[in-house]
Design a protein around this ligand. Structure first.
Ligand SMILES: O=C(O)CCC(=O)C(=O)O
Length: 284
């Protein structure tokens, strides 16, 4: 029997086909709670894109995970089948900062995505739109490159101008709305040109029963291999996203593969009928 991500069959179908679902799940009190905690850790987010998990302050990262994760557990997890929060953090874009563009990327693999998806949680704590860094996705791109992924930019740099010019769909959202997005989705966000900070509570949800992974590619060695490390459930609270981990178990190394993609296949993908889309195809 195919495992479910969402309890509601309509959410499940939409997520599998479109790669994301937006739901109204956070009330005003939840948003106020997340903003109040953010105020206590605001200084560590002072950069064009301030991301808690990139900080070296492990104590504050753990405190942020506890605070954000508690809200996610009570308000977000009830719509998922059997997931847990592997990471809670803030992603912040200060106002009037043209340097804050988040380049197109896929999130790294946090699990074996054979049957279930790793899920990005993205909850703006203010309304977001074109002027203050709303999120843009390439519709149904979660089906395009389903291979194991290390952290990093989109592995199709030559296609980024084309994707940005003609394939992006931007998602205006209200404070309190929650985006659940497949980790494989191509996504990014423009700079915040408004006068105010854009604060997002974000996180990672993974199936409770699955081993958490960290995928590493040693680009300097040029050996073309991707290392799959099985890591502890709280690994992402104390590690960065760029180095070979010093903990966990190196489970295996496989050839680092990226599915072929061209302007022609992108155009065909954009026009295809996805009513019977499968999320199980991948090269490795
Ligand atoms: O918050 C944003 O604007 C983008 C965040 C994002 O894409 C990520 O954290 O992977």
């Amino acid at each position: 029997m195919t495992q479910r991500i969402f309890l509601d069959p309509a959410h499940e179908a939409a997520f599998r086909t479109e790669g994301y679902v937006v739901l109204d799940l956070l009330g005003q009190a939840d948003v106020a709670e997340l903003l109040a905690f953010y105020d206590t850790v605001e200084p560590m987010h002072r950069s064009p894109i301030g991301i808690s998990v990139l900080s070296n302050n492990l104590a504050q990262r753990a405190a942020i995970h506890a605070a954000v994760g508690a809200v996610f557990e009570r308000a977000l997890l009830p719509v998922l089948e059997d997931y847990r929060i592997a990471l809670g953090n803030y992603v912040v874009k200060p106002g009037n900062c043209l340097a804050g563009k988040f380049q197109l990327h896929q999130d790294p693999s946090f699990i074996d995505e054979g049957e279930l998806a790793g899920v990005t949680l993205w909850c703006p704590l203010c309304d977001v739109g074109a002027d203050n860094g709303y999120l843009g996705i390439v519709p149904r791109s979660h089906l395009l490159n389903q291979n194991y992924r290390p952290p990093g930019p989109l592995p199709y740099p030559q296609l980024v101008p084309l994707l940005e010019a003609g394939f992006m769909q931007y998602l205006p959202m209200r404070a309190g709305q929650v985006l659940f997005m497949d980790h494989r989705m191509f996504h990014g966000s423009p700079a915040n040109r408004s006068a105010h900070s854009r604060v997002v509570a974000a996180g990672v949800a993974v199936p409770r029963a699955q081993r958490l992974l960290y995928c590493h590619v040693d680009h300097q060695s040029g050996n073309g291999m991707l290392e799959i490390h099985e890591v502890a459930p709280d690994f992402y609270l104390r590690n960065s996203f760029s180095e070979r981990p010093a903990e966990g178990v190196h489970a295996e190394s496989i050839p680092y593969q990226v599915s072929a993609l061209s302007a022609a296949t992108l155009a065909a993908h954009a026009q295809a009928d996805f009513s019977f889309a499968s999320t199980t195809a991948r090269s490795n």
